[in-house]
Design a protein around this ligand. Structure first.
Ligand SMILES: Nc1ncnc2c1ncn2[C@@H]1O[C@H](COP(=O)(O)OP(=O)(O)OP(=O)(O)O)[C@@H](O)[C@H]1O
Ligand SMILES: [Mg+2]
Length: 366
């Protein structure tokens, strides 16, 4: 059974690695110039050429039974066209909303979900107006092409704003207040084509310079009523949009409430711990979901953590120990780039925390 994935990075790799034991075969649709080393050997890699007929593309992808994505920056128009040949999950209209921060914010607000105070801006004047209304410190985020903290700027005070507006004349920005959060968590939900919904336990995430550094699950000491309300909202979102696949939601945790930072319509870095820490990994469940198969249990087996390997290629023997599992993506080394991750699992939470610390020290700043 053939599955096509748009994208050829580490998420595509880990989806394929989870699918092979299920008897699935894969094709990857990538852009000219993409580094596709992560998926080499795991299936056909096809370069998307402009003007290619969708029917030709569908054939070249090996007549997949379903098409899915591993990233936000996808051509949703093309996916709409491919939808005539086989299901595309998640739905292209949902991908279109999620891939643009402005559209995503409007969508979340329309669902009555609490997000950071924000304004939309497109030039120096509207940026200044936004700053006047929100106050400092601020975070300016490009509406599109932002990931791993890229294309976002932290403005501490009016002079930082002056420097910023002195550079780009125009843009498409979402300007956000800097939320004074206590912690960050993510929720990973999965809905199958049959309508079955499951949630993984919440994951606590720590970011450094806007990039995910470590995750630990299950997150503890959360404001329970706020968490229950958030899960209920997510359930409604999934049902109303007929969403199929894994959906990741990143939240800021405040004293007794949650504030939704952003939504990713795909498997997510903060769910990598599920490869060793849950009965069914997020990758396998995403595949089961898009194929309309029964979902697997989303439990946490004791406590699980993950550390990202950013930009450094520490030798495996420096990272491995009895409690850890190493995942390398075979990508070209670049400063700060996600090259792999290490998963830790143990029944004792303190041991997982200690191991995460050890690994972080070994890996250095990246
Ligand atoms: N409004 C905000 N207030 C406080 N911190 C924020 C805010 N927005 C973003 N951050 C911090 O920066 C991190 C990255 O931001 P965000 O998730 O918006 O960017 P991203 O580029 O999509 O990152 P990723 O792809 O890793 O999820 C957040 O996890 C959080 O730590
Ligand atoms: Mg994020």
């Amino acid at each position: 059974m053939q599955v096509a994935i748009v994208g050829g990075g580490q998420l595509a790799r880990m989806l394929a690695l989870a699918g092979w034991p299920l008897g699935l075969r894969f094709a990857f649709l990538v852009n000219e110039g993409d580094d596709t080393r992560s998926v080499e050997g795991l299936g056909r890699v096809l370069k998307c050429e402009p003007g290619l007929e969708p029917s030709v593309l569908y054939e070249a992808l090996g007549r997949p039974v379903v098409i899915t994505v591993e990233k936000e920056a996808v051509d949703t128009g093309l996916l709409e066209q491919l939808n005539a040949f086989c299901p595309v999950h998640p739905r292209p209209d949902v991908l279109r909303v999620c891939q643009n921060r402005r559209r995503q914010k409007l969508w979340l607000e329309s669902l009555g979900i609490a997000v950071a105070r924000h304004r939309f801006a497109h030039d120096a004047e509207s940026l200044r107006t936004a700053a006047g209304e929100l106050g400092f410190p601020l975070i300016v985020k490009a509406a599109e092409q932002g990931y791993d903290g890229r294309n976002q700027w932290r403005l501490a005070d009016p002079s930082a704003l002056d420097r910023f507006v002195g550079q780009p004349a125009t843009g498409d920005w979402v300007v956000e207040e800097q939320v004074p959060f206590l912690r960050e968590i993510s929720l990973l939900a999965v809905r199958s084509a049959q309508g079955e919904i499951r949630f993984y336990p919440p994951t606590e995430n720590r970011h450094v310079n806007g990039v995910l550094r470590t995750s630990l699950a299950p997150a503890i000491d959360l404001p329970e009523p706020a968490l229950q309300a958030a899960c209920e909202k997510v359930r409604q979102m999934l049902e109303r949009t007929q969403y199929v696949g894994v959906l990741a939601l990143e939240y800021f945790v405040l004293e007794d409430r949650l504030c939704l930072n952003e939504v990713a319509p795909r498997v997510h870095n903060s769910g990598h711990w599920t490869q060793q820490g849950s009965t069914t990994s997020q990758f396998e469940n995403h595949l089961r979901a898009i194929l309309g198969w029964p979902l697997g249990a989303c439990d946490a087996k004791g406590h699980a953590g993950m550390v990202n390997i950013l930009g450094t290629d520490a030798p495996p023997d420096a990272l491995l120990s009895a409690a850890v599992t190493l995942h390398l993506y075979d990508k070209q080394k670049r400063p700060g780039r996600k090259l792999g991750h290490v998963n830790v699992r143990d029944d004792d939470r303190a041991k997982v925390e200690a191991e995460l610390q050890r690994l972080e020290q070994r890996l250095g700043g990246g």
